[in-house]
Structure formats: structure tokens, C-alpha cells
Write a protein that binds this ligand. Structure first.
Ligand SMILES: Cc1cc2nc3c(=O)[nH]c(=O)nc-3n(C[C@H](O)[C@H](O)[C@H](O)COP(=O)(O)O)c2cc1C
Ligand code: SF4
Length: 428
């Protein structure tokens, strides 16, 4: 099998990359993008090498090198399977649904190229079952390409749970179990015990573009260590909340301007969504959108969600609401996650209401230390990160609240909304 490098006659490479590839029609899509190779049982080393040269990092939150995963799956024993992770359980993120709805064939091409790279013959497209609009687009797109290739696409409708998008939970659900994290290496033994490549929707769309336009083209934007563009869901106190595509390495201020600019003086910015962390006011001016820059600040680019908190809102009230929700979303399997997150949520609620005592902040910090690293998955670590960054970015407010002084910001409409869930959690 050889790697297709020539584009269809008259094809024009889109300027604004992912969001520029705006069509749900397969015929229109094929005017720019060639048909990916037919599935075979041999992996396509040349394509993996191209992805490696491009330096593509996963856009599902962990920024893991995509080529490394492709190699691990291609080298494992058995016929691999590809899973498109479109769960997007993160309430502050809408980039995967937006991209899938605007350019489903780019995402499915990415899955097809990835399948060719690892020697897979099946793809499972996993979407949240409540997202009927994206499911409908996916169904039509899969049907449209049925005669184009022998690659099999299946849809999986996940229950709406934050942790359902964690790759072990996703694989457990596809295998007929609950959408709860488990142990094991999915790249060796995942769906039906086969080597499984789980990649995010956006990662696969970049992969398709690298396969067609090359690694040098991909590297024209972004930084040397973190190349390419990234989709950011920008919300909170901005003029035009929504999904924007920006080069990695852009200043955080420019990302906010791409969403119409801040509508209030920002007191903090939540980076990476509810699994991310707050950047405080003094960190905002110089903040740059790369993991290399953000890591020393205790933050990562994560899923690219950026929420601006204006000065009229209360960061403690916002975080308390989110931490309460995260505690309720625990998969309920590990003691530190179940009991620890519930205690943190309760402590934060009391602090936000101004009903805490002066030892509450220290207690919250201590509980965070006790929980971190003790879950079967990293879910509770995300909640601890949010807690710590709240106590740091809102340190002065936390002291005032601990003395019973509560500002009017807590009465404002929520900036960080939380989805309503039925009392009885659905895991299947
Ligand atoms: C609690 C939790 C929730 C996650 N939810 C998602 C999700 O909704 N979508 C996603 O692509 N990755 C999610 N991930 C990351 C996946 O486990 C996995 O790393 C990712 O799909 C890999 O894709 P990538 O290499 O393309 O980034 C989540 C991880 C954790 C710990
Ligand atoms: S740490 Fe929490 S979310 Fe992760 S497996 Fe354990 S109970 Fe579930």
C-alpha cells in the first residue's frame, strides 16, 4: 500500500485549516481531499513517519504524541480497531461537536487514514447519545461513504457522563460494560480484546490534513515543539462566545480577541475547562497558548476551553458549583474519589456561601493532597487542580469568605454552568 500524496485536480488547501473545511457533502469534500487508502492488514509506516515529522499532539486533553500511539497500536498483536473519541463530556468545550457538524468527512477521513496507518478494518465513532444533531450528521456521513471503501464505520451512543470519554471507560462501554474507567493498555487489548487506537475528533481531522498536505505544511503554524492550530472553545465574559481556530503559541489575549474580546475586566481565566485550572489576574498578561509555557503555571492547554471570568462574578461560587458537579459525576468506584470529592465540594460550598470557618482553606488544601493520585483514573486529580487554582487565583476572596464577607458576585448568572443530570446516574 502506498501513501497518496497528490491532491485532486484544482484542489485548494484551506487557509483556516479545520474550520475552513466546511462541508457535510462527501462530493464537495472530495474536491479537496483524496480518498484515504483502502483498509489493509498491514500498517502504513510511511504515514506514521509523516505524522511523527509533523509533531502532531493529541487534542483530547493529554497532548500525547499521536505517532507514538499509532506505532504502539500497529505493533501490537491482532487486528487493530480505531475509536473516534467524540464524547466531549467537558461542559466548557464544544469544539468536537462543532468540527464534526461542519466537516464530518474530514474527521472520518482522519479515522480512515489512522486505520490505514495501523492496519485496522473497523472504526467506531463514539458520540454522546444526547447530542442528536452530531449523531444525525455522523449517521448521514457514514452512509454517504459506504460505497467508497471497505472500511466499516459503526456509531456508539455513549451515556452523558464526564468520565465516559476517558479512553478506558469508552472501551469498557463499547465492550458492553458501564462507561467507567478500568485498568489496562487499550493499545494492546481494548475493544473486543483487540489493539485499539482511541483518538480525539480534532486530532483525527489534523491527521487527515497532514496525510494530504504534508508535515511541513502542518508545521507552518504553531511552535516547533507544539505545531499546528488548535480549536479553542472561548466562553464567559467575551463578546462572541464560540469555537475559534488559532495557531498554537498565540497569546491568551489574542485568543480572547478572536472571540470578540473581553466584555469586562477579567479577574481570572479558566484554561482547559472543568478538568483544567484558573490563571489568576497577574498571570494573564503574558500567558501564551502552549503547554511549555503554561506548565510552570500549573495549567495546560487541555481540550482548549478558555473561560473568561469578569470582575463582577465570584470565582469561589463558580468553582464551588463546578466542584459539586464533578463530585456527583464520579464513577463511584474509588474511595478517595467518592468521599474526597464530596468533602471538597462541601467545604467549597460552605466557603462560597460565607459559612466556612477560618480553618476551611487549610483543610481543603489538605484534602486535595490526600486525594491526588489515588483514583483508578486521573479524574479526581483534575478536581484537585481546579480546587488549588481557585484557592490561589481567588486567595484574597477566600480569606474574606472565610470571615463571612460574601460579595454580590455570587448572585450573578452562572458563568460555569453545569449540565442537569437525572438523579439516577446512567452508565450504560
Ligand atoms: C475524566 C476524563 C475524561 C475525558 N474525556 C475525553 C473526551 O470527552 N474526549 C476526548 O477526546 N478525550 C477525553 N479524555 C482523554 C482520553 O482518555 C484520551 O486520552 C483521548 O481520547 C486520546 O485522544 P488524543 O490522543 O487524540 O488526545 C478524557 C480523559 C479523562 C481522564
Ligand atoms: S477515580 Fe473516580 S472517576 Fe476514576 S475510576 Fe475511580 S471513582 Fe471512577
Amino acid at each position: 500500500m502506498t501513501l497518496v500524496t497528490s491532491l485532486p485536480p484544482g484542489a485548494r488547501v484551506p487557509d483556516d485549516r479545520l474550520l475552513g473545511a466546511r462541508t457535510t457533502s462527501l462530493t464537495e469534500h472530495r474536491a479537496t481531499y483524496p480518498v484515504p487508502p483502502q483498509p489493509g492488514r498491514r500498517s502504513l509506516d510511511e504515514l506514521i513517519a509523516r505524522i511523527e515529522r509533523a509533531g502532531l499532539l493529541g487534542r483530547g486533553g493529554g497532548a500525547f504524541p499521536t505517532a507514538k500511539k499509532l506505532r504502539a497500536v500497529a505493533g501490537a498483536r491482532g487486528t487493530p480497531i480505531v475509536v473516534v473519541n467524540g464524547a466531549e463530556g467537558e461542559p466548557a468545550s464544544a469544539k468536537d461537536a462543532t468540527l464534526f457538524q461542519q466537516a464530518p468527512h474530514l474527521v472520518l477521513d482522519g479515522a480512515a487514514w489512522a486505520a490505514a496507518a495501523v492496519g485496522a478494518t473497523n472504526v467506531v465513532v463514539a458520540l454522546e447519545r444526547t447530542d442528536r444533531a452530531t449523531l444525525a450528521v455522523a449517521q448521514r456521513a457514514i452512509a454517504a461513504r459506504a460505497h467508497e471503501s471497505s472500511l466499516t464505520f459503526e456509531l456508539a451512543e455513549l451515556p452523558p457522563r464526564y468520565v465516559a470519554g476517558e479512553e478506558h471507560a469508552l472501551v469498557a462501554w463499547i465492550n458492553g460494560g458501564d462507561a467507567k474507567p478500568t485498568y489496562g493498555r487499550v493499545y494492546e487489548s481494548g475493544v473486543a480484546g483487540r489493539p485499539t487506537l482511541v483518538d480525539n475528533v480534532e486530532t483525527l481531522a489534523h491527521l487527515a490534513q497532514i496525510a494530504c498536505f504534508g508535515s511541513d505544511w502542518f508545521r507552518r503554524l504553531g511552535t516547533a515543539a507544539e505545531p499546528g492550530t488548535i480549536l479553542c472553545t472561548v466562553g464567559g465574559a467575551v463578546a462572541r462566545p464560540g469555537v475559534v481556530e488559532v495557531p498554537i503559541g498565540m497569546s491568551l489575549g489574542s485568543v480572547v480577541r478572536a472571540a470578540g474580546g473581553a466584555t469586562e475586566d477579567p479577574q481570572a481565566v479558566l484554561m482547559g475547562g472543568y478538568y483544567g485550572a484558573w490563571l489568576g489576574r497577574d498571570q494573564l498578561t503574558d500567558a501564551v497558548l502552549t503547554n511549555a509555557h503554561l506548565k510552570p503555571l500549573g495549567v495546560s492547554v487541555g481540550c482548549g476551553a478558555v473561560v473568561v471570568l469578569g470582575t463582577s462574578s465570584c470565582g469561589l461560587v463558580e468553582s464551588a458549583r463546578v466542584l459539586g458537579w464533578l463530585a456527583r459525576e464520579s464513577a463511584g468506584q474509588c474511595g478517595p474519589c467518592v468521599h474526597g470529592l464530596a468533602s471538597i465540594a462541601d467545604g467549597m460550598r460552605m466557603l462560597a456561601l460565607g459559612h466556612a470557618d477560618r480553618g476551611t482553606v487549610d483543610r481543603l488544601q489538605r484534602w486535595g493532597d490526600q486525594i491526588e493520585g489515588r483514583g483508578a483514573c486521573s479524574y479526581p486529580d483534575g478536581a484537585v487542580r481546579l480546587l488549588r487554582s481557585t484557592l490561589s487565583a481567588c486567595a484574597d476572596d477566600a480569606q474574606l469568605h472565610a470571615r463571612g464577607h460574601v460579595c454580590a458576585g455570587g448572585q450573578r448568572p452562572p458563568v460555569l454552568a453545569v449540565p442537569r443530570r437525572p438523579r439516577e446516574m446512567e452508565w450504560r
